[in-house]
Design a protein around this ligand. Structure first.
Ligand code: SIN
Ligand code: CO
Length: 410
């Protein structure tokens, strides 16, 4: 509705550091995050009217609220090669990946297209703020915030996701049809993953400020009813066990480097003369077996650091730009005393007990206790403020600042 009347961009608030988990939230229609998780998360869809009450409240004012990001700004992001973008046209179905030239981006007035911009929390502070509302769900599950903008009739077709998703209407109206059907077979003749037999069971028209939560595998189809319709989707990934174990095993294999006993060489003084020279010797099999038992490879604890490191890896297209004139360690500590250090929007930080992993690295490893503590605070609160540290032994915290993983809040 952007282009039809005067509107004000909605300014989403940053969530407080300690989220009130046992109080009712408008975001969930007046239930608490605890209740949401028990009743809906991974279980059933939830439609919330007025999840962001500011939109409905603004309807009575002369300048109603609109999305924090304008159609024009989104078109500019779609031309940026640091933003993962896709363009879907619906009549007939077609799919292309960005970045796009200005000419390739359909004008808002044209029907039957939608532009999808992934990982927008990294590119616009309003998207990062909206994402901060969802920190009652473990960071390890979070994927990103995607924004779609569409012309009338635009959408990606009836499909299902393997993700949990919160679909927030931010501009214009979108009709959502959903179905908990068992038949999730796809039409093999289309360039997109579109269901062969979608049978809508429920449908709603979402207005700005409304939200629809869908657990994985609920079939859905969202069709833009207004030019410039914007839906912001907060998506949560679920890695497969194959992925987790493979990634854990790779890193576990690398960590064997640190076990001195494994440098020892296989020896076979008991090997007898053999007629089966081609066979792997029993003695080698036995000794490797003994070593494996000693390593306790069946214990989950051994895999967890690798899995946490893996899940803390940034998105593939993440790009970190360190400061052009970095402060030296002494000035860095001075600045830390008076300002706030925060993760860059593309940085991922996860903790495993007291260990902290940032962008795939075990950053708390071999650090002084005060740096370990600083990382733990950063992981938990996503901000480090007014901190007095000794400039010596700034270790991985300073390195992360130099690499652009951590930045000073402006
Ligand atoms: C959209 O925003 O158009 C698509 C989101 C989805 O269906 O997952
Ligand atoms: Co979807």
């Amino acid at each position: 509705m952007t282009s039809f009347y005067l509107s004000t961009p909605y300014q989403p608030p940053q969530a407080p550091t300690n989220l009130p988990l046992n109080q009712p939230w408008a975001l969930f229609g007046g239930i608490t995050p605890d209740q949401f998780m028990k009743r809906y998360w991974q279980k059933r869809p939830l439609l919330v009217r007025g999840a962001v009450p500011a939109f409905a409240l603004s309807e009575v004012s002369a300048t109603p609220l609109d999305s924090p990001i304008s159609a024009k700004e989104l078109a500019a992001f779609a031309q940026d090669d640091l933003v993962e973008t896709r363009l879907v046209k619906s009549k007939p179905w077609s799919f292309t990946s960005g970045p796009f030239s200005k000419k390739e981006i359909p004008s808002i007035e044209k029907p039957n297209w939608t532009l999808l911009l992934q990982g927008m929390e990294a590119h616009h502070p309003a998207a990062a703020k909206v994402l901060s509302w969802f920190r009652f769900i473990p960071d390890a599950r979070l994927d990103d915030l995607m924004i779609s903008i569409a012309g009338i009739g635009g959408g990606v077709g009836p499909h299902f996701d393997s993700y949990d998703v919160f679909l927030m209407q931010m501009s214009g109206r979108r009709q959502w049809k959903i179905s908990e059907q068992a038949d999730l077979s796809l039409n093999p003749n289309l360039p997109l993953k579109i269901l062969k037999n979608f049978k809508a069971e429920k449908e709603w028209v979402l207005e700005p400020g409304d939200m629809l939560y869908l657990p994985p595998h609920v079939a859905h189809d969202g069709i833009a009813l207004d030019a410039g319709c914007q839906t912001w989707s907060v998506g949560f990934r679920s890695p497969s066990f194959k992925e987790l174990l493979q990634e854990g095993l790779w890193r576990l294999a690398e960590s064997l480097e640190d076990i001195p006993g494994l440098e020892e060489k296989f020896a076979d003084p008991k090997q007898g003369a053999t007629q089966n020279a081609e066979q792997l010797p029993d003695e080698l099999i036995k000794q490797v077996g003994d070593k494996l038992k000693g390593l306790k490879l069946d214990k989950v604890d051994l895999f967890l650091p690798g899995i946490t490191a893996y899940l803390s890896e940034p998105k593939q297209q993440a790009f970190f730009d360190g400061p052009s004139t970095p402060l030296n360690p002494k000035l860095f500590t001075k600045k830390l005393e008076v300002s706030s250090l925060i993760p860059s929007p593309q940085t991922r930080i996860l903790s495993l007990g007291k260990q902290v992993f940032c962008n795939g690295e075990h950053v708390s490893k071999a650090q002084t206790p005060e740096i370990v503590k600083a990382w733990q605070v950063l992981a938990a609160k996503k901000v480090l403020s007014a901190l007095k540290l000794t400039p010596k032994g700034m270790g991985s915290l300073y390195e992360a600042y130099r690499a652009g993983w951590l930045i000073f809040r402006a």
